[in-house]
Design a binder for this molecule. Sequence first.
Ligand SMILES: [Zn+2]
Length: 110
Amino acid sequence: MPKGSCLCGEYQHEYEGEPVATYKKTSGKVFNWTRKGDSGKNVTYNNCGTCGTIMTVSAEAMPDMVIFKAGTLDDQDAIESSKPGAQIYNKNKPSWCDGLAYAAQKDGAS
Ligand SMILES: [Zn+2]
């Protein structure tokens, strides 16, 4: 089961499935903060309670999905096998960024 951690190493988590089917925090403190997303529904960020690294994101508009931050993965094989299928919020990318040629391109979240 691929594992991940925050910058300070206190918050650790693991997941299984493609896309992520099961997810659990295995150690560390967490704090959450919530904002309104483009849909007008809440988007909640789950951060390490010590260093603040964003670990996962949950959106009311996508209730069956937990966004697992790829930058928190510790397992290089898991990173290699997690090729993105879509690149979102292209409306915010800088003009010098060509984007991922193999991924679906979206201006917003969907
Ligand atoms: Zn941390």
